[in-house]
Design a protein around this ligand. Structure first.
Ligand SMILES: [Zn+2]
Length: 105
């Protein structure tokens, strides 16, 4: 099973593909993905058995394209998303926004 970058059409084995996922946005249920080949950044919704690609508009995310990934499953945690396929698990952490306090002068 090879998974494509929709920008440059390079194809990746699951390990390389899911390893490039970062920053799980739990509120929107999206993971960020940066293509290891061309550097294009995309947002993907990981669904049971498929990946959804779309775009954000008016505060929603509309899935336009789906790529079937038989056997893939997902589990949502508070601060990360686990993606499972073929007995492997990739953990995509949520980027925690820290509130910086002003440094005293
Ligand atoms: Zn690419």
């Amino acid at each position: 099973m090879m998974l494509p970058c929709l920008a440059c059409e390079a194809r990746f084995v699951p390990d390389d593909y899911f390893g490039a996922c970062h920053d799980y946005n739990r509120g929107r249920d999206l993971v960020a993905w940066t293509c290891p080949r061309c550097g294009n950044r995309d947002e993907i919704r990981v669904l049971p058995g498929e990946l959804g690609f779309g775009y954000r508009s008016h505060g929603r995310y509309d899935v336009l394209d789906r790529i079937r990934v038989p056997g893939m499953s997902r589990r949502r945690h508070d601060l990360r998303l686990d993606i499972s396929l073929d007995r492997r698990v990739w953990r995509v952490p949520t980027r925690v926004l820290t509130v910086r306090t002003a440094t005293p002068a």
